[in-house]
Design a protein around this ligand. Structure first.
Ligand SMILES: [Zn+2]
Length: 107
């Protein structure tokens, strides 16, 4: 196994067979920094949320508003298709409801 950082040969820890870097303090530190960088790039809003929450919310709000404006047709179509679905659902529901009532009356 070759260390990803210093390129030296090393034997992975038996408890960590997927280890990518050797156990030298320098490489461990570098590995930690890399992990942190990766984590930060995957969670770009984590630190923004601390202390800048309102700014983040504001930009979020603006973004959503913009999205709604630019996707007007999409939203309208979505609503239309769902109105149809809801209608069908209610029709089915009422049919079953009436069916249950008839059974109730028969008993
Ligand atoms: Zn190393």
């Amino acid at each position: 196994m070759r260390c990803k950082i210093c390129q030296n040969e090393f034997v992975p820890d038996k408890y960590h067979p997927n280890q990518q870097s050797c156990s030298s303090p320098k490489c461990q530190k570098e590995r930690q920094l890399q992990n942190e960088r990766i984590w930060r790039s995957r969670n770009p809003n984590y630190f923004k949320c601390l202390g800048q929450e309102s700014a983040w919310k504001e930009s979020r709000y603006r973004y959503n508003k913009l999205w709604r404006v630019t996707h007007k047709d999409y939203l309208r179509n979505y609503e239309d298709s769902h109105r149809q679905q809801r209608k069908e659902y209610m029709r089915e529901y009422m049919r079953r409801y009436r069916g249950a009532k008839i059974v109730e009356q028969a008993v």
